[in-house]
Ligand binder design. Structure first.
Ligand SMILES: Cc1cc2nc3c(=O)[nH]c(=O)nc-3n(C[C@H](O)[C@H](O)[C@H](O)COP(=O)(O)O)c2cc1C
Length: 325
């Protein structure tokens, strides 16, 4: 057994480094490449709820979700639902690593039968990329959050494969969201999803899309939440997704308590070889620190295990800033 062996969502992974959902995981050939580079699992490119509902027939109507429009344009050209199911089963036949399907959704209306097909096609788990942007000023945060929970519990009743939920970082009380997700049947959380953000071009006076790829600095915000969610007394697997470019980035997330990390932007910048680079870097660090398994150091610096957990909390940051010259 390799030193990098670990578990995520109850699945055995040969490495904690997962090729995250993107165009790099939309074809069997690239999934094979990801495995060859040492990925512990792959999360397939998401299929969108709108696609499932309409079989992409009425996609000329612009949806109210700009990022969905963008992805949909790509999918309308290249994919159908059947192709997605074929992708799952072909990938399962072509690689040994777990294949995690991904559905981008914002409601539990009318499409959840499809999740059963995903399971029958052989997916080892389902990652729900839930994208719900509240635009109604009368809806409370609690009402909005309930949509996530009922979606998870509906799917949990239908599926035997584990369900992970890829969420946004923008909740009032993320620890409660994690706890509720767990209570409603989620086996894991992916922290965090990345959305297209609007930007303004002040010369053309148009709204543009902000840069899509992440920056390693963005990891710092996520690190806190991985460290705090992993310290909760619940059986919730955590996959850290944001700003993993190097072994150091991955080790930080593992020390914070992540069970796995996902690479996406780094694949766009460096190709699949980055996975090998990260795996080798983790191994070298483990040798230096005399660790023989991931289990020995995972979570060592999380909110529960660190000597001074208040370092995770905001007040300490305020103190830090006030003494910063
Ligand atoms: C070009 C691109 C396409 C993406 N497509 C998806 C997708 O289909 N489904 C999904 O859940 N996340 C998607 N993501 C988000 C990534 O999986 C990942 O969560 C995010 O980019 C943060 O990780 P990173 O810092 O490694 O890029 C996409 C990201 C990029 C940059």
């Amino acid at each position: 057994m390799s030193k990098l062996n670990t578990h995520y969502l109850g699945l055995e992974l040969s490495s904690p480094v997962i090729a995250g959902s993107s165009n790099f995981t939309s074809a069997v050939s690239s999934i094979v490449e990801a495995e060859a580079a040492g990925a512990g699992a792959v999360v397939l490119k998401s299929l969108f709820e709108e696609q499932i509902l309409s079989q992409a027939s009425s996609l000329s109507d612009k949806s109210s979700y700009p990022e969905a429009d963008d992805y949909l344009a790509w999918y309308t050209r290249n994919n159908t639902i059947d192709n997605y199911l074929d992708l799952i089963s072909d990938a399962r036949k072509s690689v040994k690593i777990p294949v995690i399907a991904s559905i981008n959704c914002f409601s539990g209306e009318g499409w959840t039968d499809f999740a059963e097909k995903v399971q029958s096609a052989g997916a080892n788990a389902l990652e729900l990329n839930v994208f719900y942007l509240p635009v109604d000023m009368h809806q409370t945060g609690t009402q909005a959050e309930k949509m996530y929970y009922s979606l998870v519990s509906d799917l949990k009743k239908r599926l035997s494969i584990p369900i992970s939920v890829k969420i946004s970082s923008r909740f009032t009380n993320l620890l409660n969201v994690a706890y509720q997700m767990y209570n409603h049947g989620a086996a894991g959380l992916v922290l965090f999803n990345r959305f297209y953000e609007p930007d303004f071009d002040i010369n053309t006076m148009k709204i543009t899309a902000a840069p899509v790829l992440s920056n390693p600095i963005e990891k710092r915000y996520v690190l806190r939440w991985v460290g705090m969610v992993s310290a909760l007394n619940i059986e919730m697997a955590i996959s850290a997704s944001t700003g993993v470019y190097s072994a150091e980035d991955a080790i930080k997330y593992l020390l914070a308590g992540a069970d796995s990390v996902q690479v996406c932007s780094a694949l766009y910048k460096k190709g699949f070889s980055v996975i090998k680079e990260i795996n080798n870097g983790i191994l070298n660090w483990m040798i230096e620190k005399e660790y023989s398994s991931i289990r020995q150091f995972r979570g060592l610096l999380n909110y529960r295990n660190v000597e001074n957990p208040s370092l995770f909390e905001r007040t300490q940051f305020m103190k830090h800033y006030s003494s910063y010259i």
